[in-house]
Design a protein around this ligand. Structure first.
Ligand code: 5RP
Length: 232
């Protein structure tokens, strides 16, 4: 069970990466929420930055706290993105999308000069795959797409993938901010994450997957009494 203090300390350490005048990608999830709250405090104290939210949840949160936001299509440079992760391995490869925001998170992280990941120690793994890998797919043909996603994971060396459509209460598929479905792919272990990422990207109907490979260059792991910063 993650400790809130660890998440908050990771978020606090990420504030050191924010500089006056920056455009900052604002991540999604319970750890990123701490960062948005701390950033709002800095803004209230006079820091001039603008945020680009990675989800409607984060947009609502940031707006409620008075963080000035830029619509994504008015942004020409994102200096920094700070976001959480569901898993992070020793090469800063990530699984993201537990909060169903992976598409916007990846677009914004990929467009950023620097992606900083903030997490508590429970997110650190030797090999990705224990957390079910989220894959965002178009509703049209999603059962066919799910079969192709299964084949892609098998071809990437996942022994026995099991795929569930993410549902909410009432057993209806969760609809992402982009109007798509999420397939949660239970893998146990993903032996070759870059290969899995490539093969998943090739499947028609896959809008985006939650493997973030070569994107994070800084990972901050919060502890009870501080945080450790790892550079890649
Ligand atoms: C949302 C994400 C989140 O960053 C990820 O799920 C981690 O969330 P939390 O900080 O609540 O554990 O990828 O799509």
């Amino acid at each position: 069970m993650a400790n809130e203090r660890e998440k908050e300390n990771a978020a606090m350490a990420a504030i050191d990466f924010v500089e006056e005048g920056m455009t900052v990608g604002l991540g999604t999830g319970s750890t990123a929420k701490y960062f948005v709250e701390l950033l709002a405090e800095e803004i209230a104290d006079g820091l001039m930055v603008k945020g680009v939210p990675t989800s409607e949840d984060t947009r609502r949160l940031a707006e409620s706290l008075g963080v000035p936001l830029l619509p994504i299509d008015h942004v020409d440079r994102i200096h920094l993105t700070v976001d959480g992760a569901d898993e992070v391995d020793g090469e800063a490869q990530l699984i993201k999308g537990g909060g169903a925001a992976l598409l916007r998170e990846k677009i914004i992280a990929n467009a950023s000069d620097l992606m900083v990941v903030i997490a508590d120690p429970s997110k650190q793994v030797d090999m990705l795959g224990q957390f079910p890998l989220p894959v965002e797919v178009t509703p049209f043909g999603y059962t066919i797409t799910a079969k192709k996603v299964f084949d892609a994971l098998k071809a990437a060396g996942v022994a026995k993938p099991r795929i569930d459509v993410r549902t909410s209460s009432g057993n209806k598929p969760v609809i992402t901010d982009g109007g798509n479905y999420i397939l949660d792919c239970h893998c146990s272990v993903i032996p070759n994450a870059p290969k899995a990422a490539r093969l998943l990207s090739d499947v028609p109907g896959v809008v985006e997957h939650g493997l973030f490979i070569g994107m994070a260059r800084t990972v901050i792991i919060g502890q009870d009494d501080g945080a450790s910063v790892f550079e890649y």
